[in-house]
Each structure stands twice: as structure tokens, then as C-alpha cells.
Design a protein around this ligand. Structure first.
Ligand SMILES: C[S@@+](CC[C@H](N)C(=O)[O-])C[C@H]1O[C@@H](n2cnc3c(N)ncnc32)[C@H](O)[C@@H]1O
Length: 200
């Protein structure tokens, strides 16, 4: 997976222009929800950065050093201070309850064990912290879902992109208290909003 993303960060950034039209409104929504010390998981080239308000202090992690290098240059161009760290989402090197909010954007489709990554995010989020998930998922519409099932093995082989993950279920199993699920583009994309569980 790391090799795939290290290969051509600039190509990823350019190639995203089309999907960004579809996603821009939801990225903006994510920006309205996140707060304080924000952990952005699978930061990539920093496509979400312009949507985060200046009041938010962004810490981005990614497994690909190539993507982070590109993101660092992008952030500098935008005049935006961000802390970027090479790290595996499944093994976060942060203390418990150390973030005010957490965002996942288009990365649970590539992370090896998405539930484990969300569990880790829950661990490092303070109780009640907003958590957002802008992800492509297995559609709730059966014909679309069946097409995704057929395409997924090819896309996994080519670019580790799982096209048919039941992401909402994984997020709930990991302990996130889901407050809303917005399905769009025939259910191909979801914006799932929730919060880290309150302390018991
Ligand atoms: C499709 S890109 C999304 C990038 C960015 N969040 C966006 O919205 O454009 C997926 C990113 O997840 C990262 N990624 C995949 N598995 C990871 C893992 N286990 N830990 C950290 N980052 C990971 C990849 O390196 C890649 O940068």
C-alpha cells in the first residue's frame, strides 16, 4: 500500500480534481464539525486542509512518506501550519484521549484493518470528541453494491482499494457513537458523523 501511494503523490492530487467536485460540500461540512486539536488519519496530500478552519490545529498522519512530503509542500503554499507524522493508523503513537476531534477522509478503503484503525482513533480521542468519516463504501443500493463486489478484487489487486467495505458497521463496532449517516452518489460515498464514547 505504501509503495502505491509513494509512487505518484502529484498524480493522486491532480487526479482527484473530478471527485473533489463531488466531495467538496462534504469536506466543507467536515470542516464545520472538527475542532481544537484535530487528528486527520490518512492525511494524503492534504486535500482537506483548505476546508479546516484556522482555529483548528491539524495533526496529520499517513503511512506514505511520499504523500506527506507532497502535503508538507502544499501546506507551505497555503501558509498553513500542520504537524505531519509518518505513522500506521492501526498503531497510533499518541496517548489516550489526546485529541479534540478526529477525521478520516477516503482512507478506510485502503487501511488493512479499518475497524482496528477506528478503535485506535477512539482511544486517542477525548470522550465525546467529534469523529467524522468521509468514505467510499459498499452502497445500500443492491445493483450498485453488486457492481462494487465485482470490481473490488481488481481494484484491490491494482491499488489496494476496497470498493465494497461495510464501513458504517465497522465504525459502530469500533465503539463510535454514530449520530448521522449521509449517503450520496448512489450510496457510493457516505459522510458518517459521530463521537467518541463518553467515559464510563
Ligand atoms: C485515497 S488516499 C486519501 C488521502 C486524503 N485523506 C484525501 O482525502 O485525499 C488514502 C491515504 O491513506 C493512507 N493510508 C492507507 N493505509 C494507511 C495506514 N494503515 N496508516 C496510515 N495511512 C494509511 C495512504 O497512504 C493514503 O495517503
Amino acid at each position: 500500500m505504501r509503495r502505491i501511494y509513494d509512487r505518484d503523490p502529484a498524480g493522486y492530487h491532480r487526479g482527484s480534481a473530478l471527485t473533489e467536485r463531488l466531495l467538496a460540500a462534504r469536506r466543507r461540512k467536515v470542516g464545520e464539525i472538527v475542532t481544537g486539536r484535530l487528528l486527520d488519519i490518512g492525511f494524503g496530500t492534504g486535500m482537506s486542509l483548505t476546508h479546516y478552519p484556522p482555529s483548528v490545529s491539524v495533526i496529520g498522519i499517513d503511512a506514505s512518506l511520499g504523500m506527506l512530503r507532497f502535503a508538507r509542500a502544499e501546506a507551505a503554499n497555503l501558509g498553513r501550519a500542520v504537524q505531519l507524522v509518518e505513522m500506521d493508523a492501526e498503531r497510533l503513537g499518541f496517548p489516550d484521549r489526546s485529541f479534540d476531534s478526529v477525521a478520516f477522509n477516503l482512507c478506510l478503503c485502503t487501511i488493512g484493518d479499518p475497524e482496528r484503525a477506528v478503535r485506535e482513533a477512539v482511544r486517542v480521542a477525548r470522550p465525546g470528541a467529534p469523529m467524522t468519516f468521509l468514505e467510499h463504501v459498499r452502497s445500500h443500493l443492491l445493483p450498485v453494491a453488486l457492481l462494487q463486489d465485482a470490481l473490488s478484487p481488481v481494484l484491490v489487486a491494482l491499488q489496494q482499494d476496497h470498493f465494497n467495505r461495510r464501513t458504517e458497521q465497522a465504525i459502530r463496532r469500533a465503539g463510535v457513537e454514530v449520530t448521522s449517516v449521509e449517503r450520496f452518489a448512489w450510496g457510493f460515498f457516505n459522510l458518517i458523523v459521530g463521537r467518541a464514547p463518553q467515559a464510563t
